[in-house]
Design a protein around this ligand. Sequence first.
Ligand SMILES: [Zn+2]
Length: 478
Amino acid sequence: MFSDYEVVIGLEVHAELKTKTKVFCSCKNEFGSEPNSNCCPVCVGMPGALPVLSKEAVFLTIKAGLTIGSQISPLAVFERKNYFYPDLAKAYQISQLEKPICVGGGIKLKSGKNIRINRIHLEEDAGKLIHKSEVIGTFIDYNRGGVPLIEMVTEPDISSAEEAVEFLTKYRRNLIFASVADCKMQEGGMRCDVNLSVRKKGDKKLGTRTEMKNLNSFKSVQRAITYEAKRQIEELEKGNAIRQETRKWDDNKNRSFTMRSKEEAEDYRYFPDPDLLPVRISEKTITKAKAELPELSEQKRERYVREFSLPKYDAEILTNELDTALLFEEASRLTNMPKQVSNFIMTYVLAKKKERDNLSVFDVISADNLAYIIKAISTNELTRPNALMLFDMVCFTDKDAKSEAVKSGFISKLSEAELESVVDFLIEQNAQAVKDYKLNQVKVENFFMGQLMKQTKGKADVNKGRTLINEKLQKYKN
Ligand SMILES: [Zn+2]
């Protein structure tokens, strides 16, 4: 029965902007401070306090729009969205309805399908309610109240959980690469509402939709969509109607349930905020935002292939996250060995990163240490096994790789004379191998290389050792 239906999904995605201050006052925009320490009369809604719009927040919203090809409105208006909830002290949220800052745009999926974007508007975040099981009652932390939030709204162009996740991944990446937002999902820096309806294939009319609020991981988005689509189809098959409502997704129970009947824009009695003038956005500002917009993930991907001749596969992995791209670029600049850097990051650094949650590759290793290790391998200052051991030792620490290598005796310190005496000793000790040299030169040379490394505990210079062994064995060739 499921194959008779199609799923229609629209997303509303909230992201907290990376500004220094809140959007209508000069309080710090900072996560994790002492509760209610970043507050003032404006952001807790004291009578008589007046909002002053942050230019930085408007500018970052423009940049966010540019990453997805939005038109920037020459005139933007802030409106009051009226509702009461304890996390919103004023009983209205300053938001935008009729004239948002960014209009239109789109994101192309791998399949070539374009997901159209309706708008991005700027608004203020609400405070946070904290429930503790050991205490009766609710705590309120207003630090988040007034933090600038952009809400991006798509057209209902998404038709599956997979498409939704791909779209969100790309949008999130754009905001991070453009330095507009950090989008730390675990800190609530990015939250997503899913509007979903189903209809019989071929139907022109959209079905009744439900909205699932505040999904804070891509996994929740995926599971919530799968669950809700199935639920709606089953209801329709039973002959029941879908109620337009807001539903709450419970990640632990893996199901959604009714929260309240869905409200419409008019229920909020939006009206232009009399405390804030309409905002004029000049061509000059837009040009400046365009000029400042850094390279995004896809641009970096293309450049890595073009400039460093990396395989597309490497380029894609390196540009999935901004920090990985930056580590690659910096270590490549220091070593001039982009392919080796790419290999090392993909094989070792990313594997290490996976061991611990929510860390950046820069927490795994600094560009300087990575560059040192890669150069040391290529010049044979370190053997590969020692280099990897060194990598393990300096991971997740502030230690300097070079000093650690010296301290641990990893660096080959054998003088040429010492190296020669070891090779002479080995030739003397292994008469049978010397005899076999005329039968299989490569095999015997490899045997002596192995013995040399064993005897010197890996401290011999590989190239010098090999040359020396080859020279010494010449006389046994015939
Ligand atoms: Zn404030």
